[in-house]
Design a protein around this ligand. Structure first.
Ligand code: EPZ
Length: 427
């Protein structure tokens, strides 16, 4: 298994480019099941999760070209999906257990193919993560839902429009129901919908396919069902969480970094907290520049659904707090078990006390390098950041977690001066 080794202490300087958004690309690739034909998506991040989604779509009968061959070369950031003949409607446990986002084929399959058999995702490192809201919404649209042998089996001749009220603003739940509603008979309203930029981006794609979605990005989404959708060509928005991670790296290392190709309007809450920590953050043409402060200020954070502070940036900001002059309090409100990185940071000398969803972080003068274990995607990003400022060498193990959401992070950070490399054959 790969590991990543970091010699800490370098001040990061220069430009770094953000890849396409993982959490926008996954539902968009799944939405191709709503059409019959070939769609082409650009600016797709070259990540394991994207490969998993392509494999799942191929199992269902689509053909997936990723990367796209161009003469002797290949474009690693373009996916072409052809969904003429869907021959199977089962998303198997073997794939779903490796990537919960596989559940995003549920809505499109029921809406266009009248049935879906999708393995229940089960729990994950950061929380129970049930999909009751996805199922409740599909049932309200007339789907017959059964749970059998670990699978959700959903059937409907044709879904019908309905008023769907989510108990919580679930991101993939909103995406699944929005996709399903595009081919339902009649009008649907999704209330208390998630407002994340990835939901808005999916609505943009669906409307490009011929759907009638209004209000994405607000708590109420309206969808007028249509009879069919057509394939499209589309370039995916940049990854706001990857961008935010690089911004924290600059702030942490007293750096001066231009984060290219990110959209500042997707990062308001993150940028506000970076400024509270003392960083200088300025929008420039082509990106956002972050200059790290000489002294990091403590910052209190409560994770919230968008436009609040994203839970996917909580672990990264915890590292910033470990080096702040004073005490910070973080409250994780979205997932019940998203502090797996705390024990690993403690191994590096961090002073963090956990009490349920609350974390109290007392800044320390230094972190020291150590072998540490990645447990989930964003936790692994926080260990990379800690390694950048720790004295000596840090070795982050099990980086397969990281590779699910960060494209060759060591190759992106090295030109900024980071002393970082990937090593093979670690347990
Ligand atoms: C999406 O997950 C993202 N994943 C997650 O990013 C992100 O952390 C999360 O939204 C919150 O922003 C993708 O977009 C692929 P939710 P999702 O449904 O949709 C509860 C990363 O690091 N809930 O909005 O699964 C749930 O348990 C990943 O890139 C129900 O109770 O999250 C959680 O507590 C990690 N019932 C809360 O709602 C449901 O039916 C929010 O979850 C659905 C959700």
């Amino acid at each position: 298994m790969d590991a990543i080794q970091i010699e800490g202490g370098a001040r990061l300087e220069g430009d770094i480019r953000v890849s396409g958004s993982k959490n926008a690309a996954l539902p968009i690739l799944a939405s191709s099941l709503l059409t019959a034909g070939s769609s082409t998506f650009h600016n797709v991040p070259a990540l394991n999760d994207i490969r998993t989604m392509c494999r799942l779509l191929e199992l269902l009968g689509a053909s997936a070209e990723f990367p796209i061959k161009k003469g002797k070369t290949a474009d690693r950031h373009v996916v072409r999906l052809t969904t003429k003949a869907i021959k199977d409607t089962t998303a198997p446990y073997e794939l779903v257990k490796t990537m919960r986002a596989s559940v995003l084929v549920l809505g499109p399959l029921v809406a266009r193919h009248g049935q879906a058999r999708v393995s229940l995702p089960g729990g994950c490192a950061i929380g129970a993560r049930p999909i009751d809201q996805h199922l409740k919404g599909l049932e309200a649209m007339g789907a017959k839902i059964q749970l059998e042998h670990g699978y959700v089996v959903a059937r409907a001749k044709r879904l019908r429009g309905a008023r769907l009220v989510c108990d919580i603003p679930t991101v993939t739940g909103t995406e699944n129901l929005m996709m399903a509603a595009t081919l339902a008979r009649g009008h649907s309203t999704i209330e208390n919908a998630a407002r994340e930029p990835e939901v808005e981006e999916l609505a943009r794609v669906l409307n490009k396919m011929g759907a009638r979605v209004r209000g994405a990005g607000t708590p109420v989404i309206d969808v007028d069902g249509v009879d069919e959708l057509h394939p499209i060509e589309h370039a995916i928005i940049p990854d706001r969480i990857e961008a935010g991670t690089f911004m924290v790296a600059a702030a942490l290392t007293r750096g001066n970094v231009l984060v290219r190709d990110c959209l500042p309007e997707h990062l308001d809450a993150v940028i506000a907290k970076l400024r509270s920590a003392g960083a200088t953050v300025t929008a420039e043409s082509g990106g956002v520049r972050v200059r790290g402060p000489a002294t990091i200020q403590p910052v209190d954070i409560t994770t919230q659904p968008f436009p609040g502070f994203p839970t996917d940036m909580q672990a990264q900001f915890m590292v910033l707090a470990t080096r702040a002059r004073g005490q910070s309090v973080i409250t994780e409100t979205i997932f019940e078990n998203r502090y797996m990185h705390v024990q690993e940071l403690a191994r590096m000398g961090a002073d963090i006390m956990i009490d349920g969803r609350l974390a109290v972080i007392r800044g320390v003068p230094r972190l020291t390098g150590a072998p540490v274990m990645a447990t989930d995607l964003r936790a692994s990003a926080s260990l990379i950041l800690a390694g950048l400022v720790a004295d000596g060498r840090t070795e982050v193990l099990r980086v397969y977690h990281l590779d699910r959401g960060y494209e060759r992070i060591e190759k992106k950070l090295r030109p900024l001066g980071a002393r970082i490399k990937r090593v093979k054959g670690r347990m």
